[in-house]
Every structure is written in C-alpha cells, then in structure tokens.
Design a protein around this ligand. Sequence first.
Ligand SMILES: Nc1nc2c(c(=O)[nH]1)N[C@H]1C(S)=C(S)[C@@H](COP(=O)(O)OP(=O)(O)OC[C@H]3O[C@@H](n4cnc5c(N)ncnc54)[C@H](O)[C@@H]3O)O[C@H]1N2
Ligand code: MOO
Length: 465
Amino acid sequence: MTARRTPAGPGAESVRDPEDLDVEEVLALVNENRGPAPAAPRPVTAPKATGERGEAVHASQDRHHKATPWPEARAIAERAARRAAARRTPVSVLLDGALGLVLAAPLAALTDLPSFDTSAMDGWAVAGPGPWDVRDEGILAGQADPGTLGDGQAVRIATGARVPSDTTAVLRSEHGRTDDKARLYATRELPHGQDIRPRGQECRSGDQLLPTGTLVTPAVLGLAAAAGYDTLSVVPRPRVDVLVLGDELLTEGRPHDGLIRDALGPMLPPWLRALGAEVGAVRHLGDDPKALGKTLATSDADVIVTTGGTAAGPVDHLHPTLDRLGAELLVDGVEVRPGHPMLLARMQSDQHLVGLPGNPLAAVSGLLTLAEPLLRVLAARPAPEPYAMPLQEEAHGHPHDTRLVPVVLRGDRALPLHYNGPAMLRGIAAADALAVVPPGGVRRDQEADLLDLPWASAGVAACFT
Ligand SMILES: Nc1nc2c(c(=O)[nH]1)N[C@H]1C(S)=C(S)[C@@H](COP(=O)(O)OP(=O)(O)OC[C@H]3O[C@@H](n4cnc5c(N)ncnc54)[C@H](O)[C@@H]3O)O[C@H]1N2
Ligand code: MOO
C-alpha cells in the first residue's frame, strides 16, 4: 500500500513555516524525552481457546476463551452490521439534513439540465448571419418567455437567460459592436450554436446522476437541488446510546479524593457522530448493575456503547449483566493493545452493544476496532481506503497482539508518539492517525498501516457539523 497523502510535503522537516511551528511545539510536548517510553509489551495471560474464531458465545460461557485477532474482530463487527443493515428502512430528509448521509436510492434527474436552452454568456442572442437589427428590450435570467427571433434579428441577453426560439448563436458582449442605428456587427467569427447551452446538455429527466450508496457531500446537495429535489431518500444514521460506567467519575472540576474526571463522556459523542452516528445525551450510570440492566433492557438504540466495566474487577458488571439479558457475545476480548477487554454483543437481531474498556486510550482502540466498522456499515458509508506510511521511528511490537500507536504525519512519514499508555490521551490528542503495529513491531523506515482520525483529513468543522 502506498501513502495516501503527504500533509507537509517533502522537505517539511527543514522548512519551518508558522503551521509547522505549531506541529513542532505539539511534538515537543508529546515526545519530550522525560516522557515514558512507548508502552512496554504486556505479558499475555494464557487464554484457553474455545470454539471457532468469531463464533458467538453466550455471555455466561467460559470467560477465558481466546481473544479474537484484531483484523478478525473488525470483520466480525462489519458482518454483524451487514445483517442488521439489511433490515433498516430508508428515510426521506430535507436537503439540509442530508449532509454526510448515504443515498438509499439512485439520484435520478427530475428535469432536463439545463431545463431550457440557455445563454452561456452576457451578449446578444442572434438569428442567422450578421449584421443584425437589435431589439429594444433585452432578456434577463428568470424571464419566462423570451419570444422568437427572426432571421437578421438580435436581442441583448444575460447569462442564464432563456434564448428566444430560432436563436442560432449568442455573441459575447466583448465580441460585438453596435452602430448608431442599433445594427450589431460581430468582431470575430460566430459559429452556429456558439455559447448556447442546449436543453438537456448535462442530463435528461430520468437520467441516473448518482448511484445508491453515494455519500451526500455539499456538491451532491447542490446537484440534487439543481435536479429538482427538495428531499432525499437516505440511509438513516444509526442511533447510539452512550452509557458511561464508574462510580469514580466526576463530570466537572479537578480530580480529588481518588475521583477522576470522566474523559469519555465528552470525547465519544462527537467522535461517534463523525463515524456516522446520531448520539443522544450521555448517561452516567455509576457502578450500579441494576441501573445498567434496566437501561440496556429498555434502550431502543441501534447501537449501545458502554465505557468501563469490561474487565473482571469487583464492580465490572458488564459481562454478568449481558449474561442476565441473554446477549450473544460476538467478540469477547481482542488481541490488541491497548483495549484488549473490548467486546461486541448482539442484544437483539437489530441491536448491538460495543463495550469499550474504561482506560481512555483503550476506549479509543475499541472505538476504531469495533464501533467504526459497525457504524460505517449501518450508515452504509464506504470503507476508507487503506493506506500505509513508513515510520520515522521504530515502534516495537507486542509479542502476540496488534498494537495501535498514535502517530503524527510529517511529510511522507509517520512519527509514533509517546504517551501511548492505555490510560493516556496525551498522545492521541496530538495525533493524526493510529499506526497498526503487528506483533514483531515495525522498524524505522518500514511501512505501517494507518487508521485515520476522522478530523485529520476533513478538518474538525467538516466532520463534526
Ligand atoms: N485482572 C485484570 N485486570 C485488568 C485487566 C486484565 O486483563 N486482568 N485488563 C486491564 C485492562 S487492559 C483494561 S483496559 C482495563 C479495562 O477495565 P474496565 O473496562 O473494566 O474499566 P474500569 O475498570 O471501569 O476502568 C479502568 C480504568 O479506566 C478509568 N476509567 C473508567 N472510565 C473512565 C472514563 N470515563 N474516563 C476516564 N477514565 C476512566 C478507571 O478509573 C480505571 O482507572 O482493566 C484492566 N484490568
Ligand atoms: O491494555 Mo488495556 O487494554 O489497558 O487498554
């Protein structure tokens, strides 16, 4: 695979323009030497394999089954979403609500475009060879009936106006002159049909302009409006409920007395929206298994995202609660660092739960491993083009698991960031992408696959509004 883009271009390291300075400053903060080294590989607790890879297991089954390999976990999330996506019903939305959604039906022109023979220039509509007698009244865009021109006649015309019947060409204003008797002379040759946009030049009514599955971009909105649409049939955004678990979490102020700030409540909704979801208010449920059970049982969201409680600690209630509710575990642990306790469960045929680990970077890992493919397929969005870049520094690997390491893109290389421990957000907050580091690691100058962060390519405003 090849690098998809080179944000700073060759030589970016030696040329420090003001934009680069910002990057340098951020890098100095994130990669200064006193920071901890990249997370050391963790010893792997020997898992006992049970059943086939990717096979659904009931939540009460052996919790020590083998975790799913990282690429397979993503494929399982995609497959699960495909089954649910087949049952989703398209919705009709006003144009201004369709941005970022995907067409559920082909966009067929509701009119010819242009819908009438149109002047492409400001000048004169003329009939037959010149010189021409110029009519008194000109024609503007938006005028319903421009009449007919007789041979040897001309009329002033504006760009976008309907040309009169029997017009043979439009003479641009800079290519003609009139005498004091209102006779018009061309100052250069005027081919037949010049500067007339004939009706149907771009499309005929009924022509397919865009296929099902097209992402609605600003340009698509423009085309749809031009072709006569007020509403579009689109795939609805999957509705996501976010449940933040943990009694230790504060929603404001500074950490104190063993309590810490909830970092995921503010981070997940906009990130999930950038992945195509419609997200309601975040609910903080503490470590209350009853509240968790009730909320899961009554949610009508397409996808429930929980944070924390995925491990086996005294207040990690997710597994027992899923078990009580009869959920089907499609993925229960992934061979990825950070984030290995993440899980994917099918609650009902058309409802899934993504359990993100509580450690914040582990939660990001779960977001990109399980939530991204699930939401992308439910929203019918196209898969991002895979791409790879050489690493500017070595990223060492975990003995068995894939590692996801925050990187910044500098010129045509990706620089791994430190502060990439499971509980840290300092690296990812400065990152453009996550490098996929297979077991064995990636040497300096060797290519690593990259997962883009949604805002790195589109910009924050484009992807969150
Ligand atoms: N005996 C074992 N213990 C743990 C294992 C393991 O394999 N065996 N795995 C560790 C790994 S790896 C992770 S990741 C965590 C996953 O834990 P949980 O999903 O159960 O999450 P919690 O225990 O609730 O929290 C973990 C950690 O993250 C902090 N946290 C939780 N929520 C938030 C939030 N919204 N914002 C900021 N920080 C949050 C929480 O206070 C804990 O420090 O389990 C390990 N343990
Ligand atoms: O390694 Mo855990 O998965 O801390 O994130």
